[in-house]
Design a protein around this ligand. Sequence first.
Ligand SMILES: N[C@H](CCC[C@H](N)C(=O)O)C(=O)O
Length: 278
Amino acid sequence: MRIDFIKMHGLGNDFVVLDARSQPLPAIDGSIASALADRHTGIGCDQLLVLEPSTSADFRMRIFNPDGSEVEACGNATRAVGLLHGESAAIETLGGIVHASPAEAGISVEMGTPRFDWDAIPLAYAMDTHAMPVAWEELVNPSAVNVGNPHAIFFVPDPYAIDMARLGPLIENDPIFPERVNVNVAGITARDAITLRVWERGAGLTRACGTGACATAVAAMRRGLVDRSVKVSLPGGTLRIDWREDGVIVMTGPATESFRGSFAAADFGLGPVDRTRA
Ligand SMILES: N[C@H](CCC[C@H](N)C(=O)O)C(=O)O
């Protein structure tokens, strides 16, 4: 049996999309996600996305990191599947329902309202998530923001001077974040401009992180560093983040379909299709 996939990206943060609504798919778990995401022996991607029917939205999007973890939110992926959908869509995720709509600058997504309470960013002990009293060498006093998934945001003079390959995993896996955390290093370049690099939980350094851009923009706004509409420049390109007066974060940016293909299910250890799920 062959399985069709769509290869997509949002500013270079790339995805393999499997649509269970158009083909019978065997059960997908973390180990299969890791195999498909592997850039040497698999198709290769930062996240695997599985689209399924939903009883509460237009469809459901499951999100897997290359380490096999299934997670709550993925901003760039939301724009990508919004592009596939072709018109406005409500998308069910583990982090809640988000809304994608075609926009002049690509796809606009209402990413929900951010949370700052410490039980949204599971910490070993309650802290002021505005500026946590912790440090990892030159990365100090991060903000902690949950936009469906957990983010730690450090403001630094030059994000490109930070050794993310060394400090990223240290912070990602610190026990102070029992669910781990996405690590953002940001520089403020103007009242409406942020430069950002992200070490993603379960994926490592990516060329762009949509939820990271949302969390970082909100953290900077809360600190009075920027206005409520900012451009966030990531290695892969720029996103616009607006934090509306009603508390909803709106992210706008491009999404791209790269190519389509198929693979033999047996090549990735995918078992027979459970017809009760078809
Ligand atoms: N690594 C993230 C999921 C992907 C987020 C990122 N690719 C985005 O565009 O938001 C996490 O474990 O929470």
